[in-house]
Design a binder for this molecule. Structure first.
Ligand code: ATP
Ligand code: MG
Length: 312
């Protein structure tokens, strides 16, 4: 067993330097409130929620702000938001996304309409993020590592940040001595999938910290994470389920058949890793896990897989 004190310290240092600051969140929140007020002058019942890493405790200073506009009835994007913001891009995906920037700043927004599962999973992830002090640094380092190795971009056929977060949580849930439980299993009332959306942000407030018998330092967890996906996880046979805190056997349904990577959305149970649909990208992802595990095991220095100086 390697306690890797230097590696653990480097991870905490990177987390301290890169994590979202209170002032970053306040700026996003001010923009959300202003926009909500504008939209409510037309749609009085409209609500605008900040989601994603800005809200779930897993954000960096450079993270964009994800927004979900909750509107009742049939409203098209052109009927509503376009009147109020300067659009930079409209992504016509399964869940259309409107991209825009705050005027005269570098603050970027990604807005969807009525994709309320994003609100539910944001507050589920937030509960995991704060369940143990090691979770937030661990996930931030993994996101930075994946971004550096160019395997963190769903629009280019690799892993979304959301997929990466679920992969880390799964690893921590399935250790012999788990670092995390299934919060949906242990606190079903806090994460009831059909809870009124206004009540969802209350859920995490009722979840106490998890006291794990596993007190492995961060460096050991990072090495274990890389090793798990480099050598243990069966990509062709297993589905990652954070909802059940285990790997489920892949069945032959359309959701999982012929998918390179299978990661279950904790509420909707579809595959959040469906962007990885080319073998070449899948191979590149696996190769990064294998190579980084080998290097880090040898060097025990975060800089060997992620040039910390360049990132901070
Ligand atoms: P980053 O800091 O890189 O912006 P992020 O945590 O905001 O990371 P994204 O992958 O940008 O992660 O996703 C933003 C949010 O959108 C997620 O937190 C989640 O709430 C929601 N989301 C993303 N992908 C899916 C999906 N496939 N199904 C349901 N919700 C999703
Ligand atoms: Mg985001």
């Amino acid at each position: 067993m390697c306690l890797c004190p230097q590696l653990s310290d480097q991870m905490v240092e990177l987390f301290d330097a890169c994590q979202q600051k209170t002032s970053d969140l306040e700026r996003k929140e001010a923009c959300r409130a202003r926009l909500q007020k504008d939209i409510q002058s037309i749609y009085a019942v409209a609500r605008l929620y900040l989601t994603g890493s800005s809200m779930n405790g897993l954000g960096c200073r450079s993270s964009d702000a994800d927004l979900c506009l909750v509107l009742k009835g049939n409203v098209s994007i052109s009927d509503s938001v376009l009147l109020y913001v300067e659009m930079t891009q409209l992504i016509r995906a399964k869940v259309p996304i409107l991209k825009f920037k705050e005027k005269d700043s570098d603050l970027e927004f990604d807005l969807n309409i009525n994709n309320t599962v994003g609100i539910r999973n944001t507050f589920l992830l937030r509960s995991y993020a704060y369940a143990d002090l090691r979770i937030r640094p661990m996930i931030l380092v993994v996101k930075k590592w994946a971004r550096h190795h160019q395997i963190n971009d769903a629009s280019k056929g690799t892993l979304s940040s959301y997929t990466l977060v679920l992969m880390v949580l799964h690893y921590l849930q399935t250790l012999k001595e788990p670092v995390l439980p299934s919060l949906q299993r242990d606190y079903p009332d806090c994460f009831y999938p059909f809870m009124d959306i206004d009540m969802v942000p209350e859920g995490p407030k009722r979840v106490p910290p998890y006291i794990s018998r596993n007190q492995s330092p961060l460096g050991e967890l990072l090495l274990g994470f890389l090793k798990y996906y480099a050598t243990d996880f069966r990509w062709d046979k297993q589905v990652i389920s954070v909802r059940e805190a285990k790997a489920l056997p892949k069945d032959n349904s359309v959701t999982w058949r012929n998918k390179y990577i299978s990661v279950e959305e904790p509420f909707e149970r579809n595959n959040v890793a469906r962007a990885v649909h080319e073998k070449i990208k899948f191979d590149a992802i696996k190769a990064e896990f294998a190579q980084s595990w080998r290097i880090l095991q040898d060097k025990k220095d975060l800089n060997s897989i992620l040039p910390v100086g360049a990132i901070i």
